[in-house]
Design a protein around this ligand. Sequence first.
Ligand code: ZN
Length: 53
Amino acid sequence: MRRYRCIVCDNKFEADDKEKVYKCPKCRERFVELIDGAPVKGKQWGSKSFSVR
Ligand SMILES: [Zn+2]
């Protein structure tokens, strides 16, 4: 399981590792942040592995 937090409405939710979470289930905004769990490589919230230019 991974835990996510919506930056817009501060809603925290969980999703399975296999599940690709792109938006908040509550407000449907796409600004979700991974707060717990293995980071998804190549995704926008994986800031540690995010290669900038
Ligand atoms: Zn939200």
